[in-house]
Write a new protein. Sequence first.
Length: 505
Amino acid sequence: MSEKVRVRFAPSPTGPLHIGGVRTALYNYLFAKKHGGTFILRVEDTDQNRYVEGAEAYIAEALDWLRLTPDESPAQGGDYGPYRQSERKSQYAKYAHELVEKGHAYYAFDTSEELTKMRTDQEALGHHSAKYDRRTRSLMRNSLTLSAEESKALIEKNENVIIRLKMPENEVVTFTDIVREDVSFNTDELDDKVILKNDGMPTYHLANIVDDHLMEITHVIRGEEWLSSTAHHVLMYRFFGWQEPKFTHLPLILKPSGKGKLSKRDGAKFGFPVFPLEWQQEEETYAGFREQGYDPKALLNFLVLLGWNPGNDEEVMTKDRMVEMFSLDKIVKSGARFDIDKAKWFNQTYIHKQNVEELLPIAKKVLADNDVSVDDTFLTKYVTLMQERITLYPDFYTEGTFFFHAPAEYDAKQAKKRYTAELDAHFEAIKSIITDGNNEAATLTDNVKSYLNENELKMGVYLPLLRIMMCGSLTGPDLFEIIALLGIEESNQRIDKALVAFKEL
Ligand code: GLU
């Protein structure tokens, strides 16, 4: 690639960043890194009505958590700033005026009542979902239908004055999309989009392409929902005589089952997060991958494969490997189905591969959140023992609760199947083995098993019972590791307590 790659992630701060937005950011990031280019964060906040307090900070925090650090952004700055469109407001009007002068745009003065009337009139004539376009513009009040004097007077009064693009008649606009190859639209299907609003703010369409041009963006990589706007964008590039960037539209992320794209409601419905970080809005809390205990690296690995494949069967990839393998032509056309079990699988895989040292502070925090405090020696042994049993970080507590609280209940079915009071004497003997032996799991295993063998006692009776005594149920890591970690005193107390409780089951 000869030109210097410059790509941007351009979210609008209208709410939290959906997981699809994170994927867009990731693909932009990977493409930039792959080509030694620049990854830019541009905040598209021109629509003041849809602005949501806290959304921009959320986006920055999410990118930071995922280590998708922009090279240029509102926070970092850069040579092409400002990177927040509201701060670039004064730059856009002249471009809208340039299009008016060139005859590609015009002023419109219609009130919202007039616009509604046009739609109802059209509907009555059988034209459903009528738009402001080549057919209807001649019926409206704009600088194409009014005299130059009338228009001038209305512009001076500055009431309801907006600028609209004038779509040419019956022209085919063709552009190349890296995923979809040639895409064509007929201008007769396109409406005369507003490009400059009455408050002097540009709409998304104008601001987006002016900034892509001024920021020297070489590749636009964004969600498929923007494909239908691209014809307008391409026309504007051509009207200005600017070189258009190369477009790539990413496939939709689909619901886990059924039709349609993954929405924020699906998260609540299916019980999984669709946002990177937790988000609170109007009394509602939307779950976040971070808060549910996902590792950001695992989440990126899960996301990279939602709509792209490396061309081989590699699945677990470091970010460096993703950069090495990434290419836009391997992005798939069809929608990518969201599968939370796959996300969990990646998380589990990452946790299993992590160094114990890295997991210590995470586990410590999970335990602290559950009012458990442990010393460092215990923590290291605990994490080493539990690591392979963890899928999400909170499992550091839930999978090992019995380490911190003696069982309050026992699996009655499993205990009753095996326990009789005649066994008590042998459990007393096991208690003294635990007390006398050295406290290593391996020694405990040998000593207890030898005792059972020598006395011709059944492993399948005593060992599960001993486990139920320690954990309350038959789950958990190696029994003797548990006993070793709980310590002599605690283990013996649990045996005593269980021998009483089992008789009541
Ligand atoms: N502001 C648009 C969004 O919210 C940007 C779309 C684009 O990348 O052009 O996604």
